[in-house]
Ligand binder design. Sequence first.
Ligand SMILES: [Zn+2]
Length: 533
Amino acid sequence: MQILEVIRISISTYFCQVQASGIDTVSLPFNPIKLFLLVLWAYICMYFVQRLQFSPLMPYKYKSAVYIITLFTGPIFWLILLIVDTAKKSAQTNKSIFELSMQLIKKAMETIKSKTLKHSRHGSDIKLFDSSGRNFDEIYGHSDNKRQDNRILDLTENIIANALDKRASDILIDPKDEISYTIRLRIDGVLRTVKELKSNTCKAVVNSIKAISSMDISEKRRPQDGAFIAKKDKKTSSFRVASAGVVNGEKLSIRILNQDAGTSTLMDIGLTKKQYSVFTETMKMPSGMILLCGPTGSGKTTTLYAMLNEIDRSTRNIITVEDPIEAVLPATSQIEINTKADITFAKSLRSILRQDPDVICVGEIRDEETAEIALRAAQTGHLVIATIHCDSNKTALIRLLDLGISPLLLSSGLTLLSSQRLLRRLCKHCKKPARISDSLIEEFKKIGLKDYSHIYKAAGCRHCDGTGYYGRTAACDILPVNEQLKNDIRNIELASDVNTENRLQIKSRLRKEALKKVAVGITSLEELKRVIG
Ligand SMILES: [Zn+2]
């Protein structure tokens, strides 16, 4: 088995070197090591067959059976290795061998497909469309400078395709100085520079994105908003674009809407079993408000969609008000806010109350009117799920009181508060055991964690683009609004808003929940410090 380990290490080293030198591994269908091993195996087989042919020791009648065994030993051996490897992965990921095998086949098919598509006319298999369904060719028509246009359009398509491949949530295009622009991607919540372009080239790219987003190309100073969609591998992705004039040019922020949100479940986002049952039990209630809190990019919308996915949509009438709609949910009425057309959260909420909803979902509570209608709806036989832009459960309550909501309404409407943060998951291909300091051991003991032997830190490999992390998990601090808390909220009214903060005895458990994830090796201590502090 040692020889096999040496071969495995040399192959992975070879891939890392190829990666480091910038050569695209996909473009090498037969890499030299694979070819060498194939030739070596064929040679060994032929050698044994030849030796057996002339060996006086081997009885004639067994010869053909031995030939077959010799020839098939190699493939059978590789097959056994593959099965053992899949079984190992299956034990690690809790997925069945069948699921993993299907994944492997799908991946192989996609690689073959992407290789054939790479040689297509424009070198990219992505197509961009504006909100009325027109593509670049239709928007630009027969341009005089067609060749130049094509080069820029290909570049634009490649930038968008690359962002989708790398699971980015945002693309930021900014002027770096007078002669260059940078293109950055936000992946798992962290910005990374992926490209630098000459000013003239990037201005043309910016113009092409503005054109596909139905924005005014000649307006370069005033902020504008737009949207476009991209189709790649039968998957459609939606993009929101915002432009603004800055020093040395124009900046573009492109937000990629999370299409996977429509299929994620509460267990996918990283809840513990206990938290999951608290959530699902609360969702079974016919009325009350579940309020999700967190800053921008803390995954509130994903949690909201995951909750809607847990509800039986055929038996309960669900209406959502969102800004924007991130993913389309079957059997759900989704309304998108449009302030230009005077469709606001408050107005939409008033109108949907007449539609006999069972579950109302409010994308974001921003003002008193929305908060009040939502809480009244929660009091009067509707389950309301809403999000609010706040750091913690306590600040969410204070914010609602500051907006002018009466403590009585708040205490009777709210049933559950949950604040959350997203932590990057350690890449399982390269994470390394980490040393723990005495102070950390103390902290673990304080929160009652006894087993902290699985603490890891980030390393970096080709799977995670050298970052050491892949994907994210949510750390949630769930606070059911019990009688004690209801009383505390009501008492605020009696004390006429003096010392509101002191009256609410709520401690944030976010750090504790995140530490639990560090203790089992899902994320690292460095990531916890980065996100929670
Ligand atoms: Zn890695």
